[in-house]
Design a protein around this ligand. Structure first.
Ligand SMILES: Cc1cc2nc3c(=O)[nH]c(=O)nc-3n(C[C@H](O)[C@H](O)[C@H](O)COP(=O)(O)OP(=O)(O)OC[C@H]3O[C@@H](n4cnc5c(N)ncnc54)[C@H](O)[C@@H]3O)c2cc1C
Length: 392
């Protein structure tokens, strides 16, 4: 195929990964983002081994591993009862772990990789619609004509026909200096039924800082966010401390409501990633709650699959069909798993928590459940990389 002229709408994980991978394969790439200085929102996330594989292909994996914090275990307690315990080591002594990373560190590495590859990045461009190879922006202007439009605008993409409503629960997030008696190689959570959840996860450091950081999160319904802001911060801290007293040194770093960012979650999946005018990658195709820690990994895998398909196929139509084929089943599997697991950790209904504590948790200890759960969390179920073997 002759080198394509490609517009990417969105400068997040999916958009930047597409930019780096496609530019490296010879495409001409322009990335548009609404922010005047593109930047990541939120705190930290877990990169799973499959996502790290894609970062390696982009040339950013080694640096990411230097900055991030290996995560070997996901661990959760409700009262004294251990109700979540997934160990990556169940897949073998040398099985790769997850990597807790600061969103800022991931963003910078992807941004540098896209720029190094020669992608053009145009900030301050709010995309409203797409048609006939052109994007239209909020100021009424239109782009030049491109061979391919990629929608990487995330959960609320105006180019995606997904419904836009949120899940009942989201969470407050903050990146704080690592402090407290937490396991430095685990994501840890404490629950009261599934109504309350507090979590701590190591996320390593930013490139320009030595301080190791933690992502701290508190589950909250989006309808209760205003009420949370209206109550004194100390009252909320007391509630958190009651659930997990060890969080005191982290809570001491939170001085204002604005130190925490509220993230709303949504769960939806387009039947396929191809619309009439564009192809979707990342959250604009499939988004979900972060309970399984897969969203950024899925976005990276989408970018990798799209780049591989465009390189292998001799015409655009065949390449886009191959992209859909490479990703469809893995995405369906993980969207289903995430949909099934989310209420066990975020729900008003006690029945879900009881199912988690008295059925799922005991069953999860019986072989081969530990291996299956570790493979699920590592992003490996459905072998998403085996079809895209031509990694560099
Ligand atoms: C709190 C939280 C925790 C998470 N934890 C994890 C985790 O542990 N592991 C994991 O893998 N995933 C996690 N995720 C999911 C992960 O963050 C997302 O799946 C991932 O960021 C999706 O990438 P994306 O590029 O599709 O979208 P985004 O990263 O949302 O990027 C979208 C980009 O498009 C831009 N944009 C949006 N609208 C417009 C417009 N109209 N015009 C122009 N630009 C626009 C935005 O500015 C942004 O730059 C978490 C998500 C949340 C909210």
């Amino acid at each position: 195929m002759k080198p394509l002229n490609i517009a990417i709408a969105g400068c997040g994980v999916a958009g930047l990964a597409c930019a780096a991978l496609l530019r490296e394969r010879g495409a001409k790439v322009v990335v548009y983002d609404k922010l005047s200085a593109p930047q990541p929102l939120g705190s930290g996330l877990i990169l799973q081994p499959v996502g790290l594989h894609v970062l390696d292909a982009i040339g950013a994996g080694a640096r990411m591993r230097e900055l991030g914090a290996p995560i070997k275990r996901l661990f959760g307690k409700s009262g004294r009862r251990v109700v979540l315990d997934v160990k990556y080591g169940a897949l073998g002594a040398n099985a790769p772990a997850g990597l807790g990373v600061h969103r800022g560190a991931l963003f910078e590495l992807l941004y540098e990789a896209a720029q190094r590859a020669g992608a053009e990045i145009e900030p301050g461009r709010e995309v409203m619609s797409a048609a006939d190879g052109r994007l239209t922006f909020a100021d009424g202007a239109a782009s030049t004509r491109f061979d391919l439009l990629i929608d990487a605008l995330g959960t609320r993409s105006p180019l995606s026909e997904l419904p836009k409503q949120n899940l009942p629960f989201g969470a407050l997030w903050a990146s704080l200096d690592w402090s407290g008696p937490f396991d430095g190689a685990a994501l840890e959570q404490r629950y009261e039924a599934a109504r309350k959840m507090v979590g701590v996860m190591p996320i390593g450091r930013l490139a320009n800082r030595d301080q190791q950081q933690a992502a701290f999160f508190w589950s909250l319904k989006h309808t209760e966010h205003d009420a949370w802001r209206a109550q004194p911060l100390e009252a909320w801290k007391e509630e958190v401390l009651k659930l997990w007293p060890d969080t005191a040194p982290l809570l001491a770093q939170i001085e204002r409501h604005d130190d925490l960012v509220f993230a709303a979650y949504a769960h939806r999946t387009l039947r396929e990633p191809l619309s009439r005018h564009c192809v979707h990658v990342g959250d604009s195709w499939h988004c979900t709650s972060p309970q399984l820690g897969q969203g950024a990994n899925m976005a990276l895998l989408d970018a990798f699959a799209l780049a591989e398909a465009l390189e292998r196929q001799s015409n655009l139509e065949a390449a886009l069909a191959e992209y859909a084929r490479l990703r469809l089943w893995h995405i369906r599997l993980y969207q289903l798993a995430s949909w099934a697991f989310t209420p066990a950790y975020q729900s008003e209904r006690t029945a879900f928590a009881m199912l988690r504590d008295f059925v799922m948790s005991p069953l999860s200890r019986l072989p081969p459940a530990p291996q299956i759960l570790a493979a699920l969390v590592a992003g490996q179920l459905g072998a998403p990389l085996s079809a895209m073997k031509r990694a560099r």
